[in-house]
Design a protein around this ligand. Structure first.
Ligand code: ADP
Length: 170
């Protein structure tokens, strides 16, 4: 699928229309990619914008401006905490990607970058998250013609290899 790319680096530095955040359900800011996005976007103004949204249920996505990022929007996706897979984690993770892709379509954006939602502090095993992420994005891309680039942005090589391997598998 030509429109999907895998990059290693800091998601806050990418020139894309949408940066997706792996947020918590309070939209309160936190560690990991959430902390990096808050720092780069401007902590105070992003926190004010998030506060007005009144939280976000797990599996859903809410939008704020991107403030000091070069992006237009931040999509705050609340991924599931991994409890072993029996508490609906795959469906909740899939829902994050599906909703983000659908919002990208509604907002007519051309590019979006995802971190590996739930694969850090929330403990989702990367080898199980990668297929969910890629399958949802692929099926959304079949319906969305405005998106020209979907980037899976990874902090490290092994995560990036996981995406690449799955994308290259028959
Ligand atoms: P969660 O709480 O959903 O697990 P984390 O932020 O802890 O979210 O981690 C999600 C993924 O984002 C992890 O794979 C982590 O390595 C990665 N990550 C952390 N900081 C950044 C960043 N600045 N850019 C891209 N990915 C990042």
């Amino acid at each position: 699928m030509g429109r999907i790319e895998v990059l290693i680096g800091d998601i806050t530095g990418l020139s894309v229309d949408v940066v997706v955040n792996a947020a918590n359900s309070q939209l309160a800011g936190g560690g990991g990619v959430d902390g990096a996005i808050h720092r780069a976007a401007g902590h105070q103004q992003l926190q004010n914008a998030c506060r007005q949204l009144g939280g976000c249920p797990t599996g859903q996505v809410k939008v704020t401006p991107a403030f000091n990022l070069s992006a237009k929007y931040i999509f705050h996706a609340v991924g599931p905490v991994w409890y072993g897979g029996q508490r609906g984690e795959p469906a909740l993770l899939a829902s994050c990607y599906r909703q983000a892709m659908s919002l990208a379509g509604e907002l007519n954006v051309a590019s979006i970058a995802f971190p590996a939602i739930s694969c850090g502090i929330y403990g989702y095993p990367p080898e199980l998250a990668v297929p969910v992420a890629i399958e949802e994005v692929k099926s959304a891309l079949e319906k969305n013609c405005t998106l020209q680039r979907v980037i899976f942005c990874c902090c490290d090589q092994s995560m990036a290899e996981g995406y690449q391997r799955y994308l290259n598998s028959p």
